[in-house]
Design a binder for this molecule. Structure first.
Ligand SMILES: [Zn+2]
Length: 421
């Protein structure tokens, strides 16, 4: 959902709330504000069992949940604690009110005297006071519980729990039992308590709490539930957002190498280069360029004299997985064979340089040097011939020659390797 749409939705909700006399604090900003409350902390360990401490597990789940949730658009995530410190229940709710929370999600691990008790359950606000917050809380609880159950946790259901000592809300109705749910309702937003699994159950502890990977699954399940409840969408998951590129250079650098260039695509994290012997099929990936700013590649796995087709597609990594754009249009390059060269003539007379015609060549460049491994200079370009007579030379001096075939590539000439004397 775009921010504008979220904003309009918030205005609509606000209007309904105002009409029905319910709390109007929802009409406050465009981002959905989620406060994650890692239960316990500091001297308050929470439940302990099977070698695990609730306060440590809840913090990790909250951190994984936050990391996942922040990949969505239109959400702002806060935590009531981000390290192992004690924070009172009143402070937790007060800090959520301070950031104008849309929901307060308290993360806990269950425990029971019976080691047989296991599974997940979520507490949401009762319907006695501000019933709209009870409905919102139930919807959020249901979305999270569904995801936890799909991980394999036993389904203990959605629950409300009323005060056992007769505490009342301002309208005289029975208060919720849990302080954070009660406090959130008084402050005007729904608060829920997610009891993920039982620390006192050996199987729950091992399967759902006993590793970072397991805790991450819980945090991600919570985040996906929250995202589903609020209609959040992940950034950049639309593959149509990654446009195609265009080849803007393709030519043979030598008889055995091809230079490929393409237009930069802003959103790309890299590019994949494909090659085939035929225009309309059989393309295979020859390379992946893993730098967003690199827009050229030299393919050295090609053979002299052959024709190749190339195409390129951008890719990007979104949430750990690769999304690719469509392919560029294909372009063709024909590699030129190295010319066979022969040189004749005496030191005193003109030198005759001959070579065999190279298929696909449009012209030939002739180079000369006074020493075999010295600096060669281009002395002539011959169109469509196989012969060059070098008259412009000093007598009684030995020269060395090399030539290469040339044709037109895309934004650059295609060259063969040098045929050497
Ligand atoms: Zn707890």
């Amino acid at each position: 959902m775009t921010k504008l749409k979220v904003y309009l939705a918030v205005l609509l909700v606000a209007a309904i709330f105002t009409v029905s006399g319910t709390d109007p604090t929802w009409a406050k900003k465009s981002d959905v504000v989620i406060v994650l409350d890692a239960g316990h902390g500091g001297y308050d360990s929470g439940a302990v069992g099977n070698g695990l401490y609730e306060k440590i597990l809840t913090l990790k789940i909250a951190q994984y949940c936050k990391a996942e949730l922040e990949q969505y658009d239109g959400v702002k995530v806060y935590m009531t604690r981000s390290n192992d410190t004690f924070v009172s229940l009143d402070q937790r709710v007060a800090s959520a009110a301070g950031v104008r929370a849309d929901a307060f999600v308290s993360l806990h691990i269950n425990s029971a005297a019976s080691s047989a008790a296991g599974g997940a359950e979520v507490f949401y606000p009762n319907s006695s006071y501000r019933p709209a917050l009870s409905m919102q809380g139930r919807k959020l609880a249901n979305a999270i519980q569904g995801n936890l159950v799909s991980l394999g946790l036993r389904n203990r259901g959605l629950k409300t729990l009323n005060s056992m000592i007769g505490s009342k809300y301002p309208d005289g109705s029975i208060a919720d039992y849990y302080a954070v749910i009660r406090g959130a309702k008084n402050a005007g937003f729904p608060g829920i308590i997610v009891e993920h699994a039982f620390i006192s159950n050996a199987a729950d502890a091992k399967t759902f709490l006993g590793s970072s990977a397991a805790l991450k699954r819980l945090g991600v399940a919570d985040a996906k539930g929250i995202a589903a409840c609020y209609g959040l969408k992940k950034t950049g998951t639309d593959t149509n957002k990654l446009p195609k590129t265009k080849l803007n250079a393709l030519y043979g650098k030598t008889s055995g190498s091809v230079s490929i260039g393409w237009e930069k695509v802003k959103e790309a994290s890299g590019y994949e280069i494909f090659r085939s012997d035929a225009k309309n099929g059989g393309y295979q990936k020859v390379a992946a360029v893993k730098k967003a700013k690199t827009v050229k590649y030299t393919d050295k796995s090609v053979e002299s004299g052959r024709t190749y087709y190339y195409k390129v597609r951008p890719y990007k990594i979104v949430n750990g997985s690769r999304i690719t754009a469509g392919f560029s249009a294909a372009q063709k390059v024909k590699l030129l064979k190295k010319p066979d060269i022969s040189v004749s003539g005496s030191a005193a007379s003109a030198t005759k340089v001959r070579w065999k015609k190279v298929e696909g060549a449009l012209r030939y460049e002739i180079y000369r040097s006074a020493s075999k491994k010295g600096r060669y200079q281009k002395i002539a370009t011959v169109q469509n011939g196989t012969f060059y007579k070098d008259v412009n030379k000093k007598s009684n001096r030995t020269y060395y020659y090399k030539i290469r075939a040339v044709s037109n590539g895309v934004r650059g000439n295609t060259y063969s390797s040098y045929g050497m004397q």
